[in-house]
Design a protein around this ligand. Structure first.
Ligand SMILES: [Zn+2]
Length: 88
């Protein structure tokens, strides 16, 4: 992992809003690997691969992976113990 390629998840906020249908960076998550709890916007984003990878800012394990193809979008959130979305 090259830190020069790392962004925070706010850099992909538009992509996340398009996929989830709402602003998701303020949603709370818990890392399934280390238990860190924080806003989705605190995740670290790698965007240079074939998709978007969001990693925990504490343990750097993968929390969310998003891959788009011509016909579908795959979203893997298995690295999150939960996502908490609160009404505005
Ligand atoms: Zn973690």
């Amino acid at each position: 992992m090259h830190d020069a390629l790392v962004l925070d998840a706010n850099a992909v906020a538009g992509d996340l809003a398009e996929l989830f249908g709402f602003e998701v960076t303020a949603a709370e998550h818990r890392c399934a690997h280390c238990g860190n709890v924080g806003a989705m916007g605190t995740l670290l984003a790698w965007t240079q691969g074939p998709g978007i990878t969001l990693r925990c800012c504490v343990c750097r394990d993968v929390v969310v992976r998003i891959v788009r193809t011509a016909s579908r979008t795959l979203i893997d959130v298995s690295g999150a113990a939960y996502l908490e979305i609160r009404p505005l």
